[in-house]
Design a protein around this ligand. Structure first.
Ligand code: VAH
Length: 315
């Protein structure tokens, strides 16, 4: 059986459905502090900061794979730095130790482009450039990457990871990130409302469509171990764009859609991150290749959100 922690989150809720589809609902144990009201499948209320609770679930269900998605993201993390560090690291150590003790075969945990800092080259940032994160979230992800490598070297634990860029999807809402504008904007556009953007018009960030992020995650986990040359975390990327470019892409479908720019504290976080990412290690090791670009992502987001909202209006 496969355990997902943080299964109610932006990525977790979509990954859970895809893993249920691929491996059968009965083989997927979703867990989080609380269950989404629309959830269908096996769910355990789990506080991952509690080692005993994690260990009990891993042994009770004979878990062979764990997708560990619990974390406080970049923007929220800056509001409560020490709480974010404590939660991101404590939950990760509990998953690592429960996996070591119960001989879990494979573990996935998300890293992020937030591991890079101001000193990194802005364009096509390489896999191996020195990491000097500017946020607690980024610091916790660099620490997580190094602990993953340590547990592989010392205990042979097969832990795999992706440095996600901003993830954009219609199936779920993001929570507490800096790239969340690229999701929020679509909900405003399909409801014919003006969008107030918390980043400046010219802020380029690496992004990936949810469908590509989910596929990359499963393709990484399904790849033979001998293909995995990166034991910290793989760079991956789908596309890069600015809020202005995203606005223009949406206006091709909704010409009247308006945006205003009111940068807030998240601008400094975004400015410390790369504009684009070199993901050649992922392409070479396990044939990573994105399918969505800015225009196909925009089309798919608007199509799905308009269906979702008109369903809500008709209920
Ligand atoms: C965030 N969406 O904004 C996350 C992610 C690269 C961005 O880490 O914090």
């Amino acid at each position: 059986k496969i355990l997902i922690t943080g299964a109610s989150g932006q990525l977790g809720s979509v990954l859970t459905m895809e893993l249920q589809r691929r491996f059968g609902v009965a083989n997927i144990i979703a867990s989080d502090l609380k269950q989404n009201e629309t959830f269908i499948g096996c769910f355990e209320v789990l506080d991952v900061t509690n080692f005993e609770a994690v260990n009990t679930i891993v042994s009770k269900y004979n878990i062979i794979q764990i997708y560990h998605l619990v974390a406080i993201l970049s923007a929220n993390g800056e509001k409560h730095p020490l709480d974010a560090w404590e939660l991101n690291m404590k939950t990760f150590f509990n998953v690592l130790e429960a996996s070591r003790i119960n001989k879990v075969k494979k573990i996935f945990f998300p890293s992020s482009i937030a591991v890079y800092g101001d000193n990194a080259p802005e364009d096509n940032t390489s896999q191996d450039f020195v990491l000097s994160p500017s946020t607690v979230y980024g610091i916790s992800k660099v620490a997580g990457e190094n602990w993953a490598n340590y547990y592989f070297e010392k205990y042979g634990l097969d832990i795999r990871s992706l440095r996600y860029p901003g993830i954009i999807g219609h199936q779920s809402l993001p929570g507490g990130g800096t790239t969340d504008y690229a999701v929020d904007i679509f909900h405003k556009a399909v409801n014919n409302e003006k969008y107030e953007c918390f980043l400046s018009a010219s802020t380029t960030l690496p992004m990936i469509y949810m469908d590509d992020a989910i596929r990359a995650t499963i393709e990484l986990m399904e790849a033979p171990l001998e293909k995995i040359s990166v034991k910290t975390s793989y760079n991956i990327s789908g596309m890069s764009f600015t809020p202005e470019e995203l606005h223009k892409s949406i206006q091709k479908i909704h010409p009247e859609f308006e945006i205003i720019y009111k940068p807030d504290f998240r601008q400094n976080i975004a400015d410390s991150w790369p504009n684009s990412i070199d993901d050649s290690h992922a392409r070479n090791d396990w044939n990573w290749k994105p399918k969505y670009d800015l225009s196909s992502m925009t089309l798919d987001m608007i199509k799905n959100l308009e269906e979702k909202y008109c369903k809500i209006q008709n209920t």
